[in-house]
Design a protein around this ligand. Structure first.
Ligand code: SN0
Length: 315
């Protein structure tokens, strides 16, 4: 594998999940694969899990890690071509990406959606410009439209906790005070479409995601109906896609509660974190035995590590 910018960059999701589960049994089994190699982690947005788990993953493979927060530590980058750069942006991505490529063997990038300009977000300006100008492999640590490292960790988690061959998995929208990106939901859907599962998406009217991503996935507008017999409930807020980046309603009825969990087949509760307690999910659910969010976050390490391993093997 050269770049990892989408779950579809994996040759086989099923095989990769098994490889990650095997890696988890002894995370240092490839500890010399990355000796002498360096990864640069570039953050244009905040992070906790992605930053730490990707560093641990790289270290488990023997790599050196450099982390840079572009918001506070670097020059502001220009991504448009032909711009007269007499404003606040000091450096063009053309130079930055080429220079960074000389210092490292893999570059990983976090750059959230602006949620202001749908077309620019769809064009993945930051990720694709790095892909265009960098001469080293590029890893997506959540871009404008996707978060494939999270989706791979979710796939590993579902594989570990499923009790039937074809589980029912529900992706449910939940309220949130802020306008959040579509990336986590998009990549979760991409990933679920590769699985043998009964997959249902539920959200209020107006929160339909990009149909190029949802394709023929089942959408059920009645949350309670969607929850019937579910084995996994994956909760996530996203802003409107149609009315781009807007919070249309914050209907508290969509929060995940114990009563709603009672409709399920004793479902496991999943969330990518960070999560707003008692807005997205009630304390009682996230603190219950059915909550697997901590293990889900643990799997971020093995998701990143199996991806870096595949890239290192190809350098
Ligand atoms: C991000 C998102 O894409 O939804 C990252 C998730 C991995 N989440 C947030 O920005 C939450 C911020 C908040 O204030 O709750």
């Amino acid at each position: 594998m050269k770049n990892f910018t989408s779950i579809n960059d994996l040759d086989s999701l099923k095989k990769t999940v098994q490889e990650a589960i095997d890696l988890k049994k002894n995370e240092l089994q490839y500890e010399t694969l990355g000796t002498g190699k360096t990864i640069c982690l570039l953050f244009f947005n905040n992070s906790l899990r992605t930053r730490l788990s990707t560093q641990i993953a790289a270290q488990n493979l023997g790599m050196n890690v450099i982390v840079m927060n572009f918001g506070s530590e670097s020059w502001q980058l220009e991504f448009e071509d032909g711009v007269v750069m007499n404003q606040n942006k000091s450096e063009h991505v053309k130079e930055a990406a080429q220079v960074i490529s000389q210092y490292c063997d893999i570059v990983a990038i976090r750059a959230f959606a602006s949620l202001a300009d749908k077309e620019k977000d769809k064009a993945e300006i930051v990720l694709n410009n790095f892909k265009k100008y960098a001469s080293v492999p590029v890893v997506n640590m959540e871009s404008a439209t996707g978060h494939p490292l999270q989706a791979l960790a979710d796939a590993i988690t579902i594989e570990e906790y499923k009790t039937t061959q074809k589980p029912k998995v529900v992706l449910s929208w939940a309220p949130h005070p802020k306008a959040l990106p579509h990336a986590v939901a998009n990549s979760f859907i991409d990933m679920m479409q590769l699985q043998d599962a009964d997959f249902v998406i539920t959200h209020p009217v107006g929160y339909e995601l990009n149909t190029e991503i949802t394709k023929s996935s089942k959408i059920e507008y009645n949350q309670e109906k969607a929850f019937e017999n579910a084995d996994f409930i994956y909760v996530k807020n996203w802003s409107s896609y149609k009315d781009y980046g807007k919070v249309l309603n914050n209907d508290p009825d969509w929060m995940l509660t114990v009563n709603k969990m009672k409709l399920t087949n004793s479902a496991k509760f999943m969330h990518c974190l960070p999560v707003r307690r008692n807005v997205v999910v009630h304390d009682e659910v996230i603190d219950s035995e059915n909550s697997i969010v901590i293990e889900q976050a643990n799997n971020r390490t093995y998701s990143a590590q199996i991806v870096l391993k595949k890239i290192l093997e190809n350098i």
